[in-house]
Design a protein around this ligand. Structure first.
Ligand SMILES: [Fe+2]
Ligand SMILES: [Fe+2]
Length: 149
């Protein structure tokens, strides 16, 4: 089978993004731990593991195509100094990957690559759930702030 350079590009960008997400949630989990926010530390750690699982699924697809799953452009992590800044950074992270998976799944549907389409579409649905989780976290925090807590 001939390698599709556009598909290869989507897979590489997606892997970079998932590894960046692992790094971001792991850092946030550790920061929360340092700030004595155990419950949030656990939540961010669970999220980090889910992103790692996404990376694993991308790597499996890349290996099946004979591609080496190298991350060469891991984006920088954004510096955050509060839980609110974390949620906002996470919102951007999830919105960006949703945009990428929507584009990648549309492309795969168009060229008739059903296996890659299924992979990107499943990841798209899961990232949409992540975004909802982030939005709920942000809303709960804003409500708490408005009550003065
Ligand atoms: Fe992910
Ligand atoms: Fe995510």
């Amino acid at each position: 089978m001939l390698m599709d350079p556009k598909l290869t590009g989507y897979l590489r960008r997606a892997l970079n993004h998932e590894m960046a997400a692992v790094q971001q949630y792991l850092t946030q989990s550790t920061l929360c731990e340092l700030w004595g926010m155990e419950e949030m530390a656990d939540k961010f750690m669970r999220e980090s593991r889910e992103e790692l699982e996404h990376a694993r699924r991308l790597i499996r697809h890349m290996l099946a195509l004979g591609l080496l799953p190298n991350c060469t452009q891991l984006p920088a992590i954004s510096a955050t100094h509060s839980l609110k800044e974390m949620w906002l950074a996470d919102w951007q992270l999830e919105a960006d990957i949703i945009h990428l998976y929507a584009e990648a799944s549309r492309y795969c549907a168009r060229v008739g690559d059903e296996t890659a389409y299924r992979l990107f579409d499943e990841l798209l649905q899961e990232e949409r759930q992540h975004l909802e989780w982030v939005e709920a976290g942000l809303a709960a925090l804003e409500e708490k702030e408005s009550r003065g807590g």
